[in-house]
Design a protein around this ligand. Structure first.
Ligand code: HEC
Length: 365
């Protein structure tokens, strides 16, 4: 469950434990679970799994997209919302990477919003523009509450509002492949890189598009930095650490270790980001293992080394969330509570802040 369901906003052990319980309750109401499908072995001729649900929603361009209008065209779908700060940037970076790995392939990409309250056509258009403005095959869909419930049920996914947390909605982190007849042919756990590679292959099989020859020349660091969406996260300090001035600097990791960011550290960050996580960021970074040649990796590291020094993020103080004990960056927009006469308390999420507000004594003693 943990891998597939997004425990939004909460990395603190106590908080995620409680949310995990609620996730179980939500999914137990469904007859089958998306996880059963995601864990099926991936073959190069994907089997028919189940019929996709009916839907009819407006895209970011204002046109109506429905199951019927998609007949004849395969599509890859995922589930996101635009104000999500925890997992959606990760999912969207993978969606964009898939789009760029399938240039010219006649397939559609659908991102269903799981936040019908806030994700309007305009918000979705701005989001698409930020992440992949040139992609004509990508439709971000404005949903309605009942429509989303039907889609969630039909795809066997979870999309539930939380009563707090860094993010407002908890939802499944899978990608779904639907063929030209509206039949689901695969459910892919985006956290497993082998699954994700199978998804690109399965799309090519469905549309009969041969795998491309490897690119003859290595891409430059600058091209890679933008093509691989590095800038989409790293130019937003609330999502990811700025990379200017990184080489040679000291970094504090989640494990409280202090390390010097040398070339090997930067390479490891790109290929195996979970190995050394920088303290204070709930969002996970995608792994680029298998997506870069050795020369491209070197180009990327050189590009990062030459980036100008923006804000001294290393100088931002770190506080401990009194509820979940996670580290929190004390920036201007950090969630906090000012107690009478005491030092402010900082929180990783609105969920922890609310727990604290209910009973401050329990956490300040
Ligand atoms: C979905 C958002 C996202 C994308 C896309 C992303 N990163 Fe990251 N990256 C993060 C986050 C969050 C961290 C901090 C947590 C961690 O260490 O995993 C991070 C950490 C790093 C670090 C370590 C930084 C430090 O301060 O020590 C490096 C280096 C890095 N990323 C490089 C890259 C490169 C290069 C790319 C593109 C090829 C990239 N990232 C794409 C989110 C992202």
């Amino acid at each position: 469950m943990k891998q597939l369901l997004v425990i939004l906003g909460v990395l603190g052990i106590s908080a995620s434990f409680i949310i995990l319980l609620s996730v179980k309750q939500v999914t137990r109401q469904q007859d089958s679970d998306v996880e059963d499908f995601a864990h099926l072995p991936k073959s190069d001729s994907p089997p028919a799994l189940f019929n996709s649900p009916d839907f009819s929603f407006k895209s970011q361009h204002g046109e109506v997209v429905s199951k019927a209008s998609l007949t004849g065209q395969p599509y890859v779908a995922n589930f996101i919302f635009t104000t999500c700060r925890t997992v959606c940037p990760l999912l969207t970076s993978k969606m964009v990477r898939l789009q760029r790995e399938l240039p010219g392939v006649p397939v559609r990409f659908l991102s269903f919003s799981v936040d019908p309250e806030h994700d309007t056509v305009e918000a979705l258009a701005a989001y698409a523009k930020q992440w992949n403005p040139d992609e004509q095959r990508w439709w971000l869909l404005e949903t309605t509450t009942p429509g989303l419930a039907e889609v969630a049920k039909g795809f066997h996914i979870t999309a539930e509002r939380t009563d707090g947390g860094l993010d407002a909605v908890m939802h499944s982190a899978v990608f779904v492949l639907v063929d030209q007849y509206g039949v689901v042919r695969g459910v892919y756990d985006s956290e497993r890189s082998e699954d994700f590679k199978a998804l690109a292959r399965n799309v090519r099989t469905l549309v009969g598009s041969p795998a491309p020859a490897p690119a003859p020349t290595a891409r430059s660091g600058e091209v890679l930095f933008h093509e691989l969406s590095c800038a989409n996260c790293h130019e937003h300090p609330e999502l990811a650490p700025p990379l200017g001035g990184l080489l040679g600097s000291r970094r504090e990791l989640e494990t409280r270790l202090l390390v010097t960011a040398d070339e090997a550290y930067v390479k490891e960050s790109i290929l195996a980001p979970v190995a050394k996580r920088v303290a204070g960021y709930p969002l996970m970074m995608p792994s680029y293992d298998g997506h870069l040649t050795a020369e491209e990796l070197n180009n990327l590291v050189k590009y990062i080394a030459a980036l100008p020094h923006p804000v001294q993020m290393a100088d931002v103080p770190i506080a401990i969330d009194p509820v979940c004990h996670m580290k929190v960056r004390v920036t201007e927009d950090a969630l906090h509570v000012q107690l009478d006469g005491g030092a402010p308390k900082y929180f990783c999420s609105a969920w922890c802040k609310a727990r604290f507000a209910e009973n401050p004594d329990a956490y300040t003693r």
